[in-house]
Design a binder for this molecule. Structure first.
Ligand code: CP
Ligand code: NVA
Length: 304
């Protein structure tokens, strides 16, 4: 693994190892085993956007590992008043062992990582959400046993951070990926091209008819990501007809699972019936953020 986790591509050589470690940590902790591997280590968490899961799961995960996390909101720290990302990265690196950054901009994410002397984890930016997709792969593995050859279908905003990270993450573990989205919201070409390098079937379509046929995994995400609020009205129109409901779920394999990184907006990208239905694993997925991220932190700090 590179020093940082900025893109899914940073874990292409050890994704399976991280997933396995996340599952092992979860099982060990649940069976009463000791996992306090990060005595006196500190994680600094910079947030420029809202969060429930990312904040709570990183903080609780650090506590479980015997370390500590500091919550740094850009409305409180000097970064929000114009201190440079460069100086913020250099200073924080003097205090903490690892940094998690939820950023409005991928460019700022790269700049922070470039200037930090400790590992940096992307806790979501406008291009990718790697922690969530590593978690989702762990959740799929728990449910399906193995990942290779599974059919993954994402229906919704194809151009957002989740879609991009799914393209890379699912492809690198050997899953076939289908993104179903209005043309205007198709993924950046870069992510499609990178995903194709893993020699799996990559399909991008705007055709919602039969879109979930043969799917092992169906996923979606909000139609209005953080930062897209000004486009709400137009997006609501553009995504009409792309709601995942029982009819779409019935096209998938009987044992297909439904994923959503949350927060969900019921009646829009998915109905509550599906999200809280028998095929949904969304709350296990939310829990797994904590276990997967522990494995990510341990990997970046080179601690087993
Ligand atoms: N899935 C996810 O990242 O949730 P939060 O925005 O609540 O952190
Ligand atoms: N695509 C969503 C993910 C939220 C966890 C967003 O960026 O707001």
């Amino acid at each position: 693994m590179t020093k940082n986790l900025i893109s899914m591509l940073d874990v292409k050589d050890n994704i399976n190892e991280i997933i396995k470690h996340g599952i092992a940590l979860k099982n060990k902790a649940k069976n009463g085993g000791k996992i306090e591997l990060l005595n006196r280590k500190t994680l600094g968490m910079i947030f420029e956007k809202s969060s429930t899961r990312t904040r709570a799961s990183f903080e609780a995960g650090m506590t479980k590992l015997g370390g500590h996390a500091i919550f740094l909101s850009n409305t409180d720290i000097q970064l929000g008043r114009g201190e440079t990302i460069e100086d913020t990265a250099i200073v924080l690196s003097r205090y903490v062992d690892i940094i998690m950054y939820r950023s409005k901009s991928h460019k700022d994410m790269k700049e922070l990582a470039h200037n930090a002397t400790v590992p940096v984890i992307n806790g979501l930016d406008n291009k990718e959400h790697p922690c969530q997709v590593i978690t989702d792969l762990m959740t799929i593995k728990e449910n399906k046993g193995s990942l290779k050859g599974l059919n993954f279908v994402y229906i919704g905003d194809g151009g957002n951070n989740m879609s991009h990270s799914y393209l890379l993450g699912c492809a690198m573990v050997g899953m076939n990926v289908k993104i179903v989205s209005p043309k205007k919201y198709w993924p950046d070409k870069y992510f499609i091209d990178e995903a194709k390098k893993f020699n799996v079937k990559i399909q991008i379509t705007d055709n919602i008819e039969d879109s979930a046929k043969n799917a092992d995994v169906i996923a979606t995400d909000t139609w209005i990501s953080m930062g897209d609020e000004s486009e709400k009205e137009i997006r609501m129109k553009d995504f009409k007809g792309y709601t995942i409901d029982n009819k779409i779920m019935s096209q998938a394999k009987n044992d297909a699972i439904f994923l959503h990184c949350l927060p969900a907006y019921y009646g829009y990208e998915v109905t509550k019936e599906v999200a809280h239905g028998p095929n949904s694993v969304i709350f296990d997925e939310a829990e797994n953020r904590m276990w997967a991220q522990m494995a990510i932190i341990l990997n970046l700090l080179k601690i087993n």
